[in-house]
Design a protein around this ligand. Structure first.
Ligand code: FES
Length: 109
């Protein structure tokens, strides 16, 4: 996992999110759907693998399931795996705060 420092503006924007609120975040050429849960900020690719809807327009429940706004497929924002029997696995991203700074974790393959 490689950690990348994000700007103070991004940190501030994430702090303004309400619990289970989703937002679109752009990083390193990728659009990411982020959501705030009780145990932190999490992110998955914003593009639904079924028919390319923007997942940040969907709904996030308490467990961190993102429900696609177009056809309702469900994804665990902590793992990127579908939770409704489909076999999709989309990229997921972790965030952490250290020394009052916000970082995004990108897996290196
Ligand atoms: S586009 Fe997301 S479920 Fe169809």
């Amino acid at each position: 996992m490689q950690w990348h420092l994000l700007s103070n503006e991004t940190k501030h924007a994430f702090e303004q999110l309400k619990l289970q609120q989703t937002a679109k975040f752009h990083f390193d050429g990728k659009d990411i759907c982020v959501a705030k849960l009780e145990d932190g900020i999490f992110g998955i690719s914003n593009r639904c693998p079924h028919a390319s809807a923007s997942l940040h327009h969907g709904h996030c429940n308490k467990r961190g399931t993102i429900i696609c706004p177009l056809h309702g497929y469900k994804f665990d924002i902590k793992t990127g795996r579908s939770t409704d029997g489909n076999n999709y696995k989309i990229p997921n991203y972790q965030f952490k705060i250290e020394d009052d700074k916000l970082y995004i974790g990108v897996k290196s393959y």
